[in-house]
Design a protein around this ligand. Structure first.
Ligand code: DUC
Ligand code: ZN
Ligand code: ZN
Length: 466
């Protein structure tokens, strides 16, 4: 089936441009100057709307077993919520646990996603144990499985933690096979000491989750990862969920030297703070326990992160969507913040929260699209199939209403969470219509999609490597 998206303003990385978009089947086939496309054809009216590439969230954890429980969004509920928010592709983290065969971990993620996803999806692979077997598996995943990025943890000793020797070996392998190493950069052993000392002093509130993960330990790990990647012949390195000014300084310095170092941040670090959210009265702060943690409003983190997005020291924005309900999940940490499952849900809100940055004068329209769609596609080997409105690309398209408003809250969101990290926020802009591979899955805010529509996207190597 063919149709014309008519009367809208296409926004690409270079900015806005009025154009009509012709879709045939699952693909975009042409762009026309306004009114010059085919006449006898079904149309979708985009008057007054921005027409942007479907957004790509390159960092989600649907139904992830973690912290003694499991993230509360399934691939079904989480990808449906993502669709409502204008995201048409996620890259989730398949997990190899310590002692497990990497391919078995991957098979488990394929089993979870088969027939359940509303939008397209790819996988990164978390390596919970770096040894001869998992290093060999990296080559196989890159060559045969369309998995070209591997996450390692410098935090969470005894869970996902890799020591420096393991990290170096995985980086050397990645340098050889072209994969990207994604790093959770926090000094886990040092954090564990601070956590133990805090608990011994009786500091058990959620606020102390943030205090015991100071920015110095994020910056130190970020710097160490950058140096290890340098030793591994400039292995491509991507720092996940960067939250702090001093960590950003490390990335910026490496990038100034032309290194293959990239980083993302997340909406929670751009807007929320240690004092106002983690420090909320009683146990309320548990809603915002995530790692890396929210940072102090008395320091310049948020302004620095927005600037980093403008200067490209921060390449893009992902959510690190890892939702847990307060009831029975976050509550596990009443009286001991270290037992609160780490994670914030936000897969539904990234497009709107970053558009608010445009309205606030912090990002240009083109940079908005670049940080939520085009760069994620290029960073993780999906471009130009995804992340761009161009002939031949998948027809993943969002009609965005800049005159609309979005009110965020537990009563209106679609994520499987019993609270919202953004409760009561009313922000500019609204996702109107969402198209996934040519199929309208959200029309005027109403859902028309289905579980099973989403397909696995095997990925190539990153576009950004030199
Ligand atoms: N951080 C979180 O907050 N949740 C999931 C894993 C992680 O690294
Ligand atoms: Zn992480
Ligand atoms: Zn994560």
């Amino acid at each position: 089936m063919s149709y014309l998206i008519k009367g809208g303003t296409v926004v690409s990385t270079t900015g806005p441009n009025p154009a009509d978009v012709l879709v045939d089947g699952e693909r975009i086939v042409a762009l026309f100057a306004p009114g010059t496309g085919p006449q006898e054809i079904e149309t979708i009216d985009a008057t007054g709307k921005y027409v942007i590439p479907g957004a790509i969230d390159a960092h989600t954890h649907m139904q992830m077993p973690f912290g003694g429980t499991e993230a509360s969004d399934t691939f079904d509920t989480g990808t449906r919520a993502a669709a409502f928010g204008g995201t048409t592709t996620i890259i989730d983290f398949a997990i190899q646990r310590y002692g497990e065969v990497v391919q078995d971990g991957l098979a488990a993620w394929h089993a979870k996603t088969a027939g359940t996803c509303h939008i397209d999806y790819g996988f990164h692979m978390i390596l919970g144990g770096v040894d001869d077997e998992s290093l060999k598996a990296m080559d196989q995943l890159v060559a045969d499985e369309g998995i070209t990025s591997f996450k390692l943890f410098m935090a969470y000793p005894g869970v996902f933690y890799s020591d420096d020797g393991q990290i170096l070996r995985a980086m050397q392998r990645a340098r050889d096979n072209g994969a990207m190493i994604m790093m959770h950069a926090e000094n886990g052993p040092a954090i564990d000491v601070l956590v133990k000392q805090a608990l011994e002093r009786g500091e058990t509130d959620p606020y102390h989750h943030g205090v015991t993960r100071p920015q110095e330990l994020e910056a130190e790990a970020t710097s160490r990862a950058i140096w290890l990647a340098s030793v591994a012949a400039d292995c491509p390195l991507y720092i996940v969920h960067l939250s702090a000014s001093k960590a950003l300084e490390q990335v910026a310095a490496a990038r100034d030297l032309g290194r293959n170092v990239f980083a993302e941040t997340c909406p929670q670090y751009l807007y929320l703070t240690l004092e106002d959210q983690l420090g909320a009265p009683g146990f309320e702060g548990a809603k915002w326990v995530c790692s890396t943690p929210l940072r102090s409003k008395h320091e310049s983190h948020r302004a620095d992160l927005w600037r980093g997005l403008r200067t490209n020291d921060l390449a893009m924005v992902s959510t690190d969507h890892c939702p847990f309900c307060m009831k029975d999940q976050k509550e596990m940490g009443v009286g001991d913040f270290s037992k609160i499952p780490n994670g914030i849900g936000g897969v539904e809100h990234r497009v709107d929260l970053l558009y608010q940055g445009v309205v606030d004068g912090k990002l240009s329209l083109g940079r908005w699209v670049e940080t939520i769609a085009t760069t994620p596609a290029r960073m993780f080997g999906m471009y130009p199939r995804k992340g761009v409105i161009a002939p031949g690309s998948d027809a993943d398209i969002v009609l965005y209403d800049p005159a609309g408003r979005t009110r965020i809250g537990v009563d209106t969101h679609h994520m499987n969470m019993d609270y919202s990290a953004w409760e009561g926020w009313e922000i500019a802009g609204r996702v109107d219509t969402v198209i996934s591979r040519g199929t309208v899955i959200v029309r005027g805010g109403e859902y028309e999609g289905r579980a099973g529509h989403g397909r696995y996207v095997p990925r190539g190597l990153s576009d950004y490597l030199v």
